[in-house]
Design a binder for this molecule. Structure first.
Ligand SMILES: Cc1ncc(COP(=O)(O)O)c(C=O)c1O
Ligand SMILES: [Zn+2]
Length: 412
């Protein structure tokens, strides 16, 4: 740990001492930005040193907001595979396509990156309880890491949350409370609980929890390393709150600042057509303050069913700075893509995890992405998280007696 970071409000400039676990700015409600002294970091961190460390996200500890390595709560997260696509890519005519498989993280989704940093920070700050609003994945991650830290984790989820994700939360010892209505209601309750009881809100949006983004950015570091210190031309990424998008942008920017890379990718944000406030904002050229909540959000991709992109203040400028685009996908496109990822690449994704890959097809069809460009598509959650979403889209397998002659007619 180099311990050179600062925690400062992006709106009013108020600073918070390093050991303190902050949420939103206590003075003005602004987002807290965590910054690093790159010249100090650069004195101890170089490419060779990084390469010599175990391939998990704590190999970047100089760029993570903890003061002592003793407080790290870990399940071996990070170092997820960057899989070169063969068959999925060739069907689209693409020559340089990779999947960053975040389903391989310990609890099966991208949110473990957020959780290891947030809960380690909670331990450093001697926190006893945390509260979160989540569609299920972030709750599972925070509960698992809280379990290891001996911290109580209270979870608000929309009542539409997938039961298998809630079972995962409960098994990790998290206390689940289902909230009627859309994601916005559970988001509000988590914020209210923080105000009433003082428990840190570890929801994975920088407006509530700046540490989530710090964990999320490490996926950008990893893919650059995995591409032999090259930056992809395009990063294709699903957007719910926009935390993941903003985190990746911060990660690419850190590596540029340190001189490890000299450019950042274009970002293609992908949303579900039934809940697309971020895409709408991009298309309309809205300012973050003008973005409206989506009415009646409806999609099988629960992880991006946020009626409001809570981190729009960070994600929208990041997308624009990247000269990126935003596209939408339908639920049937998501299902088809889940099947394609499975049958063509051996990747088992939950619906939200396949949103970016579904969006890729639009980006190729519209010629936004060139066939020779270097593309990384995020796969953000495992199919094991939500097996029910696909089961009715395949025929039931046959049930037969143990007779090879009988079996033969099914083996063609
Ligand atoms: C599997 C999965 N992918 C993507 C997202 C969206 O990430 P973000 O809310 O940071 O935009 C989520 C959010 O819960 C998720 O669970
Ligand atoms: Zn402030």
């Amino acid at each position: 740990m180099v311990d050179t970071f600062t925690q400062k409000c992006t709106r009013c400039g108020e600073g918070y001492p390093r050991p303190k676990m902050v949420g939103a700015c206590q003075k003005c409600g602004g987002i807290i930005k965590i910054s690093y002294d790159y010249s100090e970091v650069g004195k101890t961190l170089d490419k060779k040193k990084i390469r010599g460390r175990p391939f998990n996200l704590w190999r970047y500890s100089e760029l993570l907001p903890l003061s002592s390595a003793e407080n790290v709560i870990t399940l071996g997260e990070g170092g997820t595979p960057l899989i070169r696509s063969e068959r999925f890519a060739s069907k689209l005519g693409l020559r340089n396509l990779y999947f960053k498989d975040e389903a391989m993280l310990p609890t099966g989704s991208l949110k473990d990156r957020c959780a290891t940093v947030s809960i380690s920070k909670a331990k450093e700050a001697a926190v006893k309880s945390v509260v979160i609003s989540s569609s299920g994945n972030a709750a599972a991650s925070m509960s698992a890491y809280s379990a290891r830290a001996g911290i109580r984790c209270l979870v608000f989820v929309p009542s539409s949350a997938v039961p298998s994700k809630l079972l995962q939360v409960t098994t990790y010892g998290g206390k689940v409370i289902k909230v009627n209505g859309t994601t916005g209601n559970s988001v509000k309750l988590a914020a209210d609980a923080t105000r009433k009881f003082g428990w840190p809100n570890v929801s994975t949006a920088a407006v509530y929890n700046p540490y989530a983004l710090e964990g999320q950015k490490t996926s950008a570091y990893e893919m650059v390393e995995q591409l032999d210190w090259k930056t992809p031309d395009w990063l294709v990424i699903p957007v719910g709150s926009g935390n993941n998008l903003a985190g990746h942008w911060a990660g690419f920017s850190d590596f540029d600042e340190l001189g490890f890379t000299n450019r950042r990718p274009k970002i293609a944000a992908v949303q579900a057509a039934g809940c697309a406030p971020f895409t709408e904002a991009v298309e309309k050229g809205s300012k973050p303050s003008e973005v409206q909540a989506w009415e009646n959000p409806e999609t099988i991709a629960g992880g991006v069913r946020d009626e409001f992109p809570y981190d729009v203040e960070l994600a929208l400028p990041a997308l624009r700075e990247s000269k990126g685009v935003a596209v939408n996908v339908t639920d049937s496109e998501i299902i088809e893509t889940m099947k394609g990822l499975g049958a063509d690449e051996g990747i088992y994704s939950e619906p939200t995890g396949a949103v970016a890959a579904a969006g890729l097809k639009h980006l190729v069809a519209s010629r936004t992405i060139d066939k020779d460009e270097l593309i990384v598509v995020m796969v953000t959650g495992s199919g094991l998280k939500d097996p029910g979403s696909l089961s009715r889209h395949f025929p039931e397998p046959p049930v037969i007696d143990a007779d090879i002659n009988h079996a033969t007619k099914y083996l063609a």
